[in-house]
Write a protein that binds this ligand. Structure first.
Ligand code: FAD
Ligand code: NAI
Length: 467
């Protein structure tokens, strides 16, 4: 007889493994299946974690080379790329093992294999050796994540034409790196290799970088990255690559059409977005509906149109972020357990881990304008923040958008040192429905970067004190 579960989770990424953990905490018997061989999904294996390990290490390398002298430290610096990669792999290894430990601790059976939904309540798992196993379950959670969006006509070989996976494991620093797509991956991983010595050219289809970020922040971001040495070719598309010679010859042309131009490069990174991954799952046969982008359609409680089948994370709508997948996992598991799990999509932060970092939560100025919402702005530059001066990192500012009538905080946008940590205060404030005055009248330790958030909040009512 097939084994019986309360829930079978397909996918062991931040969506899947957190769902399994929460199900276990709520006393439900679950299994978590992943085909990769190591748990943690895209995030731990080839995404958030290895990229942040390389961002950290390359930032220290550049700092030691160019910034230490400014604070009176002299040193000779050289790159040990295999050592840097080894450290990255060590972190990934430890964290993926950690997920296995957490699954075990929460009594979720971790199964390595490829899952297919045979019918609602029945999942087949095929192991690497071809053996199969059938699991019977009251609920199925689809948490199969996303995959790289291909660039038409370009086939990655993961050594010269690479995706986000290949760029995390290059064996040598390329002299020239062409990045296609000025989004989060292109700018984070472009930054890594620029710091290690590559010349970076970024080709972007739109007329701006990081679409979706507040415009003013995006412009400042581009200025800073340009100052750091990145070259941008905006409103430009790649139309072909010739990989026959020792250098790649990439043909680009204006997005609106026009004369083509050939850019020679040693490595090309394709980073034009990700798309949901549900191949081979048997969704069509099971009657689960997808939208035109291939995302699994669910209601606000993560239920698909088929009773007993749920979906969370990158494979459904919303930002493709690990913490969004995690929050949906918790809410979905709680719904399965009969509780009232819920995600507040107005308070999901996003961070670009460049130097400086860029972080935001809530609405941008452009979104408020489009929605006809009257708002006030408070802004504060890091040049006027004492801590930023002491750590020699004064690029950027904090911008707070608050409702003109009620003063409720509607959006916070930060470009500057530690922006990714600073955004947590803004996210918490928004989760609690805070006003800008609530932030402005909260005591902030001195000297910290958080004081810039407070001064920006004061600015909403026009009483910024330190400028
Ligand atoms: P995934 O993490 O993709 O996990 C899905 C898992 O399901 C995969 O392991 C897959 O192998 C498995 N699977 C799929 N189909 C089957 C099947 N049929 N049977 C068994 N297993 C299956 N997000 C952030 O928030 N912060 C960051 O800093 C960040 N950095 C990133 C950097 C890079 C380079 C990339 C590529 C992504 C980054 N992301 C980041 C995005 C983040 O990785 C994803 O949003 C997150 O992993 C989504 O989680 P998930 O559980 O929905 O899917
Ligand atoms: P993205 O959506 O962030 O950026 C893709 C960029 O490519 C956009 O600017 C887009 O206009 C451009 N583009 C699209 N087609 C193009 C073409 N043909 N030619 C040139 N440019 C083109 O996608 P990206 O960077 O691939 O990242 C995928 C997702 O992974 C992100 O949306 C994010 O959700 C997640 N991620 C999150 C990170 C974080 O939170 N720090 C880090 C890395 C990834």
């Amino acid at each position: 007889m097939a084994e019986q579960f309360d829930a079978v989770v397909i996918g062991g990424g931040p969506g899947g493994y957190n769902a399994a953990i929460r199900l276990g905490q709520l006393g439900l018997k679950s299994a978590c299946i992943d085909s990769r061989g190591r748990f943690g999904g895209t995030c731990l294996n080839v995404g958030c974690i290895p990229s942040k390990a390389l961002l950290f290490a390359s930032e220290r390398f550049e700092e030691a080379k160019t910034e230490f002298a400014k604070i009176g430290i002299r040193c000779e610096v050289s790159l040990d790329l295999p050592g840097m990669m080894k450290q990255k792999d060590k972190v990934v290894g430890e964290l993926t093992k950690g997920v296995e430990f957490l699954l075990k601790k929460n009594k979720s059976e971790a199964i390595v294999g490829t899952a297919k939904i045979l019918s609602p309540g029945k999942v087949e798992v095929t192991g690497a050796d071809g053996s199969t196993r059938i699991l019977e379950t009251k609920n199925i959670i689809i948490a199969t994540g996303s995959e790289v969006m291909p660039l038409p006509g370009v086939t990655p070989d993961e050594t010269r034409i690479v995706t986000s996976t290949g760029i995390l494991a290059l064996k040598a620093v390329p002299k020239r790196l062409l990045v296609v797509g000025a989004g989060v991956i292109g700018l984070e991983l472009g930054s890594v290799w620029r710091r290690l010595g590559a010349e970076i050219t970024v080709v972007e289809f739109l007329d701006r970088i990081t679409p979706g970020l507040d415009n003013e922040v995006g412009k400042q971001f581009q200025r800073i990255l340009t100052k750091q040495g990145m070259k941008f070719q905006l409103s430009t598309k790649v139309v072909g690559v010739d990989a026959k010679g020792p250098a790649l010859k990439v043909t680009v042309e204006p997005a609106a059409g026009g004369a083509p131009q050939v850019i020679e490069t040693d490595v090309m990174l394709v980073a034009i977005g990700r798309r949901p991954y549900t191949a081979g799952l048997g969704l069509v046969e099971a009657g689960v509906t997808l939208d035109t982008k291939g995302r699994v359609i669910t209601d606000t409680h993560y239920k698909t149109n088929v009773p007993g089948i749920w979906a969370i994370g990158d494979c459904r709508e919303g930002p493709m972020l690990a913490h969004k997948a995690e929050d949906e996992a918790v809410a979905c598991a709680e719904r399965i357990a009969g509780r009232a799990g819920h995600v507040n999509y107005d308070a999901i932060p996003s961070v670009v881990y460049t130097m400086p970092e860029v972080a935001s939560v809530g609405k941008t100025e452009e979104e408020l304008k489009a929605a006809g919402v009257a708002y006030k702005i408070g802004k504060f530059p890091f040049t006027a923040n004492a801590r930023a001066k002491t750590i020699v990192s004064t690029d950027g500012f904090v911008k707070i958008l608050a409702d003109a009538a009620t003063d409720k905080v509607l959006g916070v946008h930060i470009i500057g040192p530690e922006a990714g940590n600073l955004i947590a205060e803004a996210t918490l404030a928004m989760e609690f429905g805070a006003s800008s005055e609530d932030i402005a009248r909260t005591c902030h330790a001195h000297p910290t970067l958080t004081e810039a958030v407070r001064q920006a909040a004061m600015g909403v009512e026009g009483w910024t004190m330190q400028m």
